[in-house]
Design a protein around this ligand. Structure first.
Ligand SMILES: NC(=O)c1ccc[n+]([C@@H]2O[C@H](COP(=O)([O-])OP(=O)(O)OC[C@H]3O[C@@H](n4cnc5c(N)ncnc54)[C@H](OP(=O)(O)O)[C@@H]3O)[C@@H](O)[C@H]2O)c1
Length: 291
């Protein structure tokens, strides 16, 4: 099959493109910097260069495709998050319709099922609805909390033995590896029968911050502590990374909800497809080399 992959230099898009190539499919990767996908191109992928904000680029990139993997990339600097996301979603929807793309797998998030989601989770629910209306058979993946989020803690793990996260240490997090999400996306895009609707995805480990710190202590051989910081403290962190005030508001709402019993990770979690990679299998090759 011919599959176009958005975000192909990122965690999930790169894993999806790799899995699609390994399964013998024709893969077109949408990228901003082609140098980042040289390895995929060597394996036979076609790289098309452009930005998701460019409707013509998205249409060209999906011409002749049987399937599309789509995600809304994190965009910290945009002054109006909703307007920017609506624009790129409209670009995807128009391209899917213009090119008659039969299948779409969209990266959403656990929590999109909530009656009144806030922050970025609210935005996922809106994008799901827009893509569901395109006429393509659309499957919305709703993964839990990415293990890759922990890599941002490598510096403080190394220097202080602490993980500073704006989520309470007793809140169970439905962890998942992004490689598993990418592989699942590749399978869903090329399965004999296309699935539609949504699928919650969670790895084998649902762990609290205390439990994550204990398990990573075993892997790293050093005592570790999970330190919960207040979500409001994220303002200065994201400001330092160039985030707009609007994006900061979305992040703070997201993390406030992670701390709520009725938030995206509140009990009961929806019944989910369980993906294979454990925290240890993720941490040994990914976290250890950073320490
Ligand atoms: N973190 C979590 O726990 C969690 C949980 C559920 C869902 N999510 C969602 O997962 C998504 C992130 O997935 P990921 O980790 O695979 O992303 P990622 O590693 O941050 O990669 C983002 C990709 O999008 C590309 N990109 C960014 N802006 C672009 C633009 N304007 N035009 C074209 N391409 C652009 C990037 O290209 P460059 O290499 O050129 O930058 C990169 O390939 C987000 O939607 C996030 O909300 C996250």
């Amino acid at each position: 099959m011919k599959i176009t992959v958005a975000g192909a230099t990122g965690n999930i898009g790169s894993a999806a493109a790799q899995a699609l190539l390994e399964a013998g499919h024709e893969v077109r990767v949408m990228v901003r910097q082609p140098a980042k996908v040289e390895a995929l191109v060597r394996q036979g992928a076609e790289a098309v260069v452009g930005e998701l904000e460019d409707a013509d680029f998205v249409r060209r990139a999906t011409a002749g495709a049987d399937g599309l993997f789509w995600l809304t990339p994190p965009q910290l600097a945009v002054p109006d998050v909703a307007a920017w996301q609506d624009q790129i979603t409209a670009n995807a929807a128009a391209a899917i319709q213009a090119n008659g793309v039969a299948r779409v797998v969209h990266l959403s998030a656990l929590g999109a099922q909530m009656p009144q989601p806030r922050g970025f989770v609210h935005r996922f629910a809106i994008t799901e609805k827009a893509l569901n209306l395109t006429g393509a058979t659309t499957l919305n993946l709703r993964p839990g909390w990415f293990m890759e989020n922990l890599l941002a803690q490598a510096g403080s793990i190394k220097d202080q033995g602490k993980l500073y996260v704006a989520i309470g240490a007793d809140i169970p997090l439905p962890l998942i590896s992004t490689v598993d999400i990418g592989r699942y996306a590749a399978q869903a895009l090329t399965a004999a029968e296309a699935a539609s609707g949504f699928v919650p995805l969670i790895g084998p480990d649902i762990l609290t911050g205390h439990e994550i710190a204990a398990r990573l202590s075993e892997v790293t051989g050093r005592p570790l502590e999970w330190v919960a910081v207040p979500p409001a403290a994220l303002g200065d962190v994201f400001r330092g990374l160039g985030a707009s005030e609007d994006a900061i508001r979305y992040f703070i709402e997201l993390f406030e909800d992670f701390n709520r019993p009725d938030g995206p990770y509140g009990a009961p979690l929806p019944e989910a497809v369980r993906t294979p990679t454990t925290l240890e299998q993720f941490a040994r090759p990914s976290l250890l080399p950073l320490l």
